[in-house]
Design a protein around this ligand. Sequence first.
Ligand code: ZN
Length: 372
Amino acid sequence: MVDEVAGRLPQLLADLELLVRCESPSADLTAVARSAELIATLGAERLGVTPERFAVDGCSHLAFRFGTGPVRVLLLAHHDTVWPIGSLAVHPWSVTDGVIRGPGTVDMKAGLAMAVHALAAVVDRGGSLDGVCLLVTGDEEIGSPTSRPLIEEHARGVRASLVLEGAGPRGALKTGRKGTSWYRIGVTGRAAHAGGEPEKGINAAVELAHLILAVNRMGVPELGTSVTPTVASAGTTTNTVPAAAVLNVDVRARTGAEQERVDAAMLALAPALPGASLAVEGGINRPPMEQSGAADLYATAVRLAEREGLGPLTERSVGGGSDGNFTAALGVPTLDGLGAVGGGAHAADEHVLLDRIVPRTALLVALVEALA
Ligand SMILES: [Zn+2]
């Protein structure tokens, strides 16, 4: 089977190059729509089906659905990236010394191209795709605000959710993911002239300092719970007591209980300075993908990899969230990190290892054949 998949590699790479050259930052809805059209065209050519198109609040998502019965196997990919338009000029597409580079390669356009070609390979081998659905969403990188209902609708009741995010370190499949919560806390104080009458002010920057320390104490590293103050700002001019400040907080937790503990603590925050006030926005974004939900699916992958001579597999629980968190939360067995092997997601050294594309695509073929 590996040889059959290897025969598709030149076309897979050509498709990947087209996808990477079509920049698709989540925030640019026009660019995301253009990327969705490209995927619709490519997918229709390779798979012989026209995808269903969804535009939710202007964001473009696609579903390639096979057969008319209920979906049994969901392949989950996203086509948006964190890279702004113009990134390609700084980080051009290249394939050199077995390394593929370009914005959004490992996260996750390579995984998307692999999924399309894995499904095409199943058909080439005479298999059926009845009950398979490839869902390609356009806002994963910003927490999937418009695609989440679509993901849940397609995932409900399926046998397996196969997520095409890049693999973990040294190619590990991702069987657990932390849950994520995001908060934005507004601080209101009172402005005053810093020279003339500072005592009349309520310093929102000082309140912000208390707040950062309070938030920072909510983490419990032993339990894998991190509460990280991220973007913060205060004040207007250098001679004014700041009337306002803002703090953003990123929360990661391994269990739902921890995620809820932190949520309650966030909502209970009280100002330290008399007269200051706080407004907490945000909350739980993605629930944790707990490791136990993937155990059987991972065991299947190990068995298939062995049978097809694809090398030993490893698994790992990771901190970052993905749309796999949503399907796992529905009780659907979810295996993530099935996309490209490489590294540097969201970073200047983003890359995919060329020689791992064929074995990983073959693993997908075997999984789809076994599960559908
Ligand atoms: Zn991703």
